[in-house]
Design a protein around this ligand. Structure first.
Ligand code: GLC
Length: 531
């Protein structure tokens, strides 16, 4: 990895999302912890990861598993202590790995002392820290906004006779980002963690934090809206993507820039319009990376993926840097969602993720091709899963990391029941794959190493390459070509002269191509073209 550009680590390196409860348990309670992450830094360094993003580690009653924060500057006891975080940062730093934390500014827990105080009375000093509004004349909620988790976004508070806003669970009251004290408090929180040496934040539902001051009704969706918005039945124009959110982002950027070593700001920009996505980069003075959910929710289909990548490239300002991810703690794992359990397709998807122009964020377990775990009704813990069972839920992608096929999966003690059930350990685990050159783990590691070794793959321009139906092909710089077959049919790409550097079927590594590139179903290749 070149070090001339101080931001190279997040632009060109591979980032890795860790769901702390599910990564590794060092104290035998069936729940992963911070020390467990520290204990596995060698795995991440061996893999070639440059930064880890941890889902919330702050104090929480866990109505939404950490995303309902009750104290922003202390650690959830089951996960560890501030000293454990310091230790993680120090040990990670020794291996050139940066630690990125999750920041949840849209809402707190209803048990956060701020909200307890806010709801105590209408003239509480913290009343205005949250979004309170009077009922309509008939007693109904102030407007039609629906919660992202279903049902109205408002809950009536009997004691003070007003509704409070929650774009997620009623246990997650939304903060009022029009209030300067709230803004100042978050400045303090950012600095608290930056001062401890964290390298950045992934910012939860960043596009939603500022609401329309007049609390106007959202309009209904039409057939033209993205299906993710159509599900909700309303276009979120007044409770999300308000122009004023950019003021907050510029403010955070200025704080991040106070530090010598670059601090990265990554946003959960759950938006379905390319220009809106691009707007979160500002003029290089807002987010460094804005997550691309148009890509994540696209089907694994060459034409559709190419359309998303091309549209993203066209929409982003020249200096903005894309970020790609195939899954996260809110979305089914891509080896299931994109590849339907077909290991070849999952490997092709991994190759695509690691070779597109932009940062990549892998989700823990992606490197071994972990699929979703079917979690029985009685073991569900995700509030969304409990509400929408059996249609949807987020437990399947949150099950413990599969370190080995032994009892306990290398995640916890052999006789301990993990907090969420184990997946199919035999089908994907680190121990079995580590020394197998054909494994998905070796493929991931070798692709990361290739990215490190080949400047074109790190920062070369992206240009589309014509290819037959079912094949997504593109160039990086002048000499690198990637072609991924997303279909179950063999395909031929003509006019390819060069050498296969890595094939998803590893027997192709080093293969000379003299014109014809033949791709078996779900084959992927990175080719170094002749000059
Ligand atoms: C984000 C998080 C998700 C959480 C929600 C509410 O979408 O990624 O896990 O439930 O925000 O905080």
């Amino acid at each position: 990895m070149p070090d001339e550009d101080p931001s190279a680590w997040w632009r060109e390196g591979v980032l890795y999302e860790i769901y702390p409860r599910s990564f590794a348990d060092t104290d035998g309670d069936g729940v992963g912890n911070i020390d467990g992450i520290t204990a596995h830094l060698d795995h991440l360094a061996w893999l070639g990861v440059q930064g880890v993003w941890l889902n919330p580690i702050t104090v929480s009653p866990d109505a939404d598993w950490g995303y309902d924060v009750a104290d922003y500057t202390d650690v959830q006891p089951v996960l560890g202590t501030l000293a454990d975080v310091d230790e993680l940062i120090a040990r990670a730093d020794e291996r050139g790995i940066r630690v990125i934390l999750d920041l949840v500014p849209n809402h707190t827990s209803d048990r956060h002392p701020w909200f307890v105080e806010s709801r105590a009375s209408r003239d509480s000093p913290k009343r205005d820290w949250y979004v309170w509004a009077d009922p309509k004349a008939d007693g109904s909620p102030p407007n039609n906004w629906s919660s992202s988790f279903g049902g109205p976004a408002w809950t009536f508070d009997e004691h003070t006779g007003q509704y409070y806003l929650h774009n997620f669970l009623s246990e997650q009251p939304d903060l009022n980002w029009w209030n300067e004290e709230v803004r100042a408090e978050f400045d303090r929180i950012l600095r608290f963690w930056f001062d401890r040496g964290i390298a950045g934040f992934r910012i939860d539902v960043v596009h939603m934090i500022v609401k329309d001051r007049l609390l106007r009704d959202n309009p209904p969706t039409t057939d033209d809206d993205h299906f993710m918005d159509q599900v909700k039945g309303q276009r979120p124009v007044y409770n999300s993507c308000r122009p004023e959110v950019h003021d907050v982002l510029r403010r955070w950027r200025r704080i991040a820039d106070e530090y010598d070593a670059p601090r990265v700001l990554i946003g959960e920009t759950h938006v379905f319009d390319y220009d809106v996505l691009a707007s979160f980069y500002g003029n290089g003075d807002e987010l460094d990376l804005a997550f691309n959910f148009l890509f994540l929710f696209a089907p694994f289909d060459a034409e559709q993926l190419r359309a998303v990548v091309d549209a993203t490239s066209a929409a982003l300002p020249a200096a903005a840097w894309p970020v790609w991810t195939g899954g996260n703690h809110d979305a089914y794992r891509f080896p299931s969602r994109w590849a339907a359990g077909n290991a070849d397709a999952a490997r092709a998807a991994l190759m695509m993720l690691l070779t597109l122009r932009g940062s990549v964020v892998l989700y823990y377990g992606d490197e071994v091709g972990m699929t979703d775990t079917e979690v029985p009704r009685e073991r569900l813990l995700d509030p969304v899963g409990l509400r929408f069972f059996p249609l949807y839920g987020r437990d399947p992608e949150r099950t413990p990391m599969q370190w080995s096929a032994e009892p306990g999966a290398g995640f916890t003690d052999p006789d301990v029941e993990p907090w969420l059930p184990f997946g199919d350990l035999a089908s994907a685990n680190v121990e079995d794959q580590r020394h197998d050159p054909d494994s998905t783990l070796s493929l991931t590691r070798d692709l990361i190493a290739l990215r490190d070794a080949v400047p074109e793959l790190r920062h070369g321009a992206y240009s589309r390459r014509d290819a037959p139906a079912g094949v997504f092909a593109w160039r990086r710089g002048e000499r690198a070509l990637v072609a991924v077959n997303t279909s179950d049919a063999t395909a031929i790409v003509d006019d390819v002269f060069g050498v296969v550097r890595i094939g998803t079927r590893r027997q192709r590594d080093g293969e000379r191509l003299d014109g014809t590139l033949r791709l078996a179903p779900w084959d992927g290749v990175v080719v170094w073209l002749d000059a």
